[in-house]
Design a protein around this ligand. Structure first.
Ligand SMILES: [Zn+2]
Length: 375
């Protein structure tokens, strides 16, 4: 590597250090002492790669000494001249280092189809393109989908015809290519590492936390038999396409069960919280609550029934829209929009829903929605 190339790598690593809890330390050459330290080693090197500007293992592989390799061939397959300086872009450096820190591609997140369209018709065939564009189902998504992420592929990634994008937003509008990590990218690294790395964690700047707390639930008492349990389901979702957001990074629905509820004990105070992160500037959040009444029959006879707490008859679940600009909270209409008449209360207020009018089973729920800095 030339000095200019090393400087470019140092500059990128310095920026990552300045914005995250991560610290890098430079070790030159194959210093034997380095292999006796407990730290993880990243080697930056060049290689003749297939269809990639760079490659990096995802996260720490367990091999202490792992390579980040950059493409040394030009687009015609010729060795790049060392005088063509530098041979690596800042984007490639940031991108590969983020892989080494554990970040997958933004466009491979499980919720990507709710955010982007991929035009496979204009994409070169082959295993590399296919693997780089497929969804990774179990991947955890700890920050909201970020079109400006350094981990998002460019709009013409793997294009046959470069004049037509292979990746657009859902509405068809164009994306641009990030040349440095976004504030959301840095927040993601800090959220990932803040509990396991010593040192001061820079403030989380680009995301806020929305928390739905279920304060009280009055269970229905229609079945007359022994109620054994009441289930709660809550989801929080954000963004233009109302994509469901995972609350804990693993499940797209958070589900809690009350356990045994006694015959005359119809009111419980679970104080259950369901949280998600939303972009700081995001005006709207949405939460959904389902209460099911278990009639206590054996499993093959069981008839869990949805409790009616909305004014819309037989609505399976209640959706709540949170306007982060006005702090106002509305009951969503069945079409997903809200009417000013459906104003329920403000952020931070206890809100009670007992609006069922004709449902078979009716219950009530009191909840609070808060939007605050990530702690
Ligand atoms: Zn990549």
């Amino acid at each position: 590597m030339t000095n200019e190339e090393k400087e470019r790598i140092r500059a990128a690593l310095n920026n990552i250090e300045a914005n995250t809890v991560i610290d890098f330390r430079e070790i030159s050459g194959r210093d034997e002492r380095a292999f006796r330290t407990p730290e993880h080693l990243l080697n930056f090197c060049f290689d003749e790669l297939d269809s990639a500007a760079g490659v990096s293992p995802l996260g720490f592989t367990g091999v202490r000494d792992q390579d980040i390799r950059f493409q040394v061939l030009d687009r015609f397959g010729n060795l790049r001249n060392r005088s063509t300086i530098p041979r690596i872009s800042s984007r490639a450096i940031y991108h590969e280092v983020f892989h080494a820190l554990g970040a997958i591609h933004e466009h491979q997140r499980p919720d990507r189809d709710l955010n982007i369209r991929v035009n496979f018709d204009n994409m070169v065939s082959g295993p590399i393109a296919r693997a780089a564009m497929e969804v990774i189902p179990g991947a955890s998504t700890i920050t909201p989908y970020d079109f400006g992420s350094i981990m998002h592929y460019s709009p013409t990634a793997f294009a046959r015809d470069e004049s037509t994008p292979t990746i657009t937003r859902r509405d068809g509008s164009a994306l641009s290519t990030a040349t440095r990590p976004s504030a959301v990218d840095y927040d993601g690294i800090n959220l990932l590492y803040r509990d396991i790395v010593d040192g001061e964690v820079p403030p989380i700047t680009a995301v806020r936390q929305m928390t739905l707390t279920i304060n009280e639930v009055e269970s229905p008492d229609e079945d007359g038999g022994a109620k054994t349990a009441i289930d709660f389901y809550a989801k929080v979702e954000i963004g233009s396409n109302w994509n469901w957001r995972p609350g804990d990074g693993a499940n797209d629905t958070q589900h809690k069960k009350s356990g045994t509820v006694e015959e005359d004990d119809n009111i419980i105070h679970p104080n259950w919280q369901f949280s998600t992160l939303l972009l700081a500037g995001q005006p709207l959040g949405k939460a959904s609550v389902i209460i099911r009444d278990d009639d206590g029959l054996s499993s093959n006879e069981r008839t869990d029934q949805t409790v009616d707490i909305a004014e819309y008859v037989n609505q399976g679940h209640v959706e709540i829209l949170v306007d982060g600009n006005s702090n106002r909270i509305y009951l969503a209409m069945p079409n997903g929009e809200f009417d000013a008449d459906e104003y329920l209360g403000d952020i931070g207020d206890p809100i009670q829903l007992t609006r069922g009018t004709e449902g078979e089973i009716r219950g009530s729920i009191t909840f609070t929605v808060d939007i605050h800095e990530v702690e």
